[in-house]
Design a binder for this molecule. Sequence first.
Ligand SMILES: *[C@@H]1O[C@H](CO)[C@@H](O)[C@H](O)[C@H]1NC(C)=O
Ligand SMILES: *[C@@H]1O[C@H](CO)[C@@H](O)[C@H](O)[C@H]1NC(C)=O
Ligand SMILES: *[C@@H]1O[C@H](CO)[C@@H](O)[C@H](O)[C@H]1NC(C)=O
Ligand SMILES: *[C@@H]1O[C@H](CO)[C@@H](O)[C@H](O)[C@H]1NC(C)=O
Ligand SMILES: *[C@@H]1O[C@H](CO)[C@@H](O)[C@H](O)[C@H]1NC(C)=O
Ligand SMILES: *[C@@H]1O[C@H](CO)[C@@H](O)[C@H](O)[C@H]1NC(C)=O
Ligand SMILES: *[C@@H]1O[C@H](CO)[C@@H](O)[C@H](O)[C@H]1NC(C)=O
Length: 299
Amino acid sequence: MDHALRQGVPHLMLSRLLVLAGLLYLASGRQVTKAVREAVMLSCEYNISVNELERVRVYWQKDRQVVLSITSGRTEVWTGYENRTTLDIPNNLSLVILTLRLSDRGTYSCVVQKPEKNGFKLQHLSSVMLSIRADFLVPSITDLGNLSTNIKRILCSTSGGFPKPRLSWLENGEEIDATNTSISQDPLTELFTVSSELDFNMTSNHSFKCLIKYGDTTVSETFSWQKPQQQDGRDNPNNQLSVWMSFLTAVSVFLVIALGALACNRFAPRWRERRRNEARLQIRTIYSEPERQRAEQNV
Ligand SMILES: *[C@@H]1O[C@H](CO)[C@@H](O)[C@H](O)[C@H]1NC(C)=O
Ligand SMILES: *[C@@H]1O[C@H](CO)[C@@H](O)[C@H](O)[C@H]1NC(C)=O
Ligand SMILES: *[C@@H]1O[C@H](CO)[C@@H](O)[C@H](O)[C@H]1NC(C)=O
Ligand SMILES: *[C@@H]1O[C@H](CO)[C@@H](O)[C@H](O)[C@H]1NC(C)=O
Ligand SMILES: *[C@@H]1O[C@H](CO)[C@@H](O)[C@H](O)[C@H]1NC(C)=O
Ligand SMILES: *[C@@H]1O[C@H](CO)[C@@H](O)[C@H](O)[C@H]1NC(C)=O
Ligand SMILES: *[C@@H]1O[C@H](CO)[C@@H](O)[C@H](O)[C@H]1NC(C)=O
């Protein structure tokens, strides 16, 4: 165990240890990457016996803040790490953090101090950098409907990622202009939400890719549009024929009605005259009866 002692500088104050920790980190370059809500185990790379644990001080700290400490055999978890942080003592004094948050990212240092006559001296120091990744969900593309006869609007959106994303629309590998792109960040979780609208002309086939880049990762979704068959119906000869057919039918019906009306107008007066003549004839016949009787009496 004494190998660590010889390389350390005795009687260093905690603040100066932190500077040293930073330098050591640069030298060793240990790095761990985890995703939000995952758990991590950061090794102190220092084995300790139960007997030794009674006498030493162990500090796990992030940047300038203490995360967890063991002094006089008593473990203490500091603000922001309560209920999700423990020390795996037999396993190289590993710091275990459950349900990682984005704010947990940073450089963690493990300091082991041994008692001496004038206080404590550095026994062991190691550092590890923790990166937190937050992956965007695969973006979803939704249809926002027709803006006009030929123009449709679609929306691409995703959330839950970090760091700040860049969204682009591609067609045939070339970037095209979006209507509205907005990026927002949840102040509490620090996670980003991104969305963007795209308008396109429905009169031709399309294949659009919505691409989101964050850090050195990308996610994307593709939207395909096939020009509908009915779309060009007005240019379709079959369709034109049926339009002509209905037009002709309408014209024929109109003509029949019009001719009928005309015929009525033309023949009605003659018919009325004939009716009148018939009526007159009847009246004459009725009134001719007494005349005939009178004539018979006169005979
Ligand atoms: C630490 O202790 C464990 C269990 O006693 C042992 O398996 C491991 O090899 C030790 N590691 C070092 C570096 O001493
Ligand atoms: C940790 O757990 C204890 C007991 O369940 C609870 O009283 C306390 O509020 C918790 N602290 C945090 C920061 O969640
Ligand atoms: C403790 O650390 C040493 C050195 O890094 C490693 O060889 C050993 O496997 C570790 N022990 C455990 C239990 O992880
Ligand atoms: C939008 O336009 C397409 C193509 O013209 C058509 O098929 C679809 O029915 C239209 N949708 C609405 C809601 O008008
Ligand atoms: C799109 O931009 C317009 C202004 O150009 C704005 O009024 C509208 O709210 C934006 N829509 C979205 C979904 O961001
Ligand atoms: C859509 O495309 C058609 C055919 O290329 C064209 O006639 C029309 O003007 C376009 N509409 C718009 C709004 O660009
Ligand atoms: C559009 O896509 C459909 C289906 O893939 C295909 O039949 C049609 O020929 C395409 N039209 C053009 C103009 O490329």
